[in-house]
Design a protein around this ligand. Structure first.
Ligand SMILES: [Zn+2]
Length: 328
């Protein structure tokens, strides 16, 4: 039973990787997590908010304070493992993928949409999910012995704080598929146990080529400032930061859990307006695809959420960097 679960999870992850490859091929975009533009904008916003002493620590590690420039390394290293992208021949990327063969799992967590918070060991969580990945990066930067170098930990942290604010990297739809013509979304974590999930919207398709996850990663990000230029996007985000509402307090080692709890609520809002059509399952009754439709107001409404989540990510990243007990 355990072995079956693992192999099912692995299949889902391979599938996620495959849909990513197909998507990249069809759109010629670096559609990772928030997509390149979103991740770079998050780094750029944080760069403008960090304290002088934090900036000095970052310069010690990176040689400069260009957080946007390192924001997509996590995706590029993951792509290199599949022989894709700019780091294919990069020796560091090769070594990294050898040391951390599961690093593609670090970008997300598959919580049911009704999860009230992130809880260790609960359905969809994993010891190598994005919450744990963020905390491992923080630990490495704070001097805990780690196989991650300081440079790697910082690059990854910039990326994963972006990912954890992408609602579909945290929440996922679980389904009751008694009738393939009428799949039913399950949000209650207790009822979702053992049910198939759509891997953060990767199995949900508006059309043959447009799936929900990519719609959130790329299309909605581009909508925010009507541009593919991350500096222009960062400018818009920086002017819309709610420092009072988004401020974290207490121990910064539990903030990632708090952020995941918030993101899953945003994910519920991403799913609620959607109408689910026919499902496709394979011979083992595993979910392959569900056709979906969205109301006319969906794109506009969800762009507002994306803008908020990106700005929040930049703000939270700066907050976290300012709270790290740097050990060089
Ligand atoms: Zn990612």
């Amino acid at each position: 039973m355990v072995a079956k679960t693992i192999s099912y999870q692995q299949t889902k992850q391979m599938k996620k990787a495959l849909s990513f490859i197909l998507l990249s091929a069809s759109t010629c975009l670096s559609a990772f997590g928030w997509g390149q533009e979103g991740h770079q904008a998050v780094g750029q916003v944080a760069k403008g908010l960090i304290s002088d002493s934090t900036r000095a620590q970052i310069v010690k590690i990176l040689g400069n304070d260009d957080l946007a420039a390192v924001a997509t390394w996590a995706d590029e290293v993951r792509a290199a493992a599949r022989g894709q992208g700019p780091l294919t021949a990069d020796p560091e990327a090769k070594q990294f993928n050898k040391t951390f063969p599961d690093n593609s799992a670090w970008h997300f967590v598959n919580l049911p949409l009704g999860a009230a918070q992130y809880t260790d060991g609960a359905l969809g969580s994993a010891t190598n999910d994005v919450v744990h990945a963020i905390n491992n990066c923080v630990a490495a930067l704070e001097g805990t012995p780690s196989k991650l170098s300081k440079v790697q930990a910082l690059r990854l942290l910039v990326h994963f704080v972006g990912d954890i604010h992408q609602p579909l990297h945290v929440g996922t739809g679980y389904f009751e598929i008694d009738d393939v013509h009428n799949p039913v979304l399950i949000t209650d974590p207790a009822l979702a146990v053992g049910k198939p999930d759509d891997v953060g919207g990767n199995d949900l398709f508006f059309t043959a080529s447009e799936e929900l996850h990519a719609f959130w990663d790329v299309t909605l990000v581009k909508n925010v400032a009507k541009t593919a230029d991350f500096t222009a996007l960062a400018g818009v985000l920086s002017q819309n930061i709610d420092t009072t509402k988004w401020k974290d307090s207490g121990d910064h080692h539990v903030w990632a859990k708090t952020w995941a709890g918030d993101s899953v609520q945003q994910a519920l809002q991403a799913y609620q307006p959607i109408t689910f059509g026919a499902a496709e399952v394979d011979t083992h009754n595993r979910l392959r695809k569900i056709s979906i439709t969205k109301p006319a107001s969906y794109e506009q409404d969800e762009t507002t959420i994306v803008q908020t989540q990106l700005a929040k990510a930049g703000f939270h990243l700066a907050e976290l960097l300012d709270n790290i007990n740097w050990k060089n």
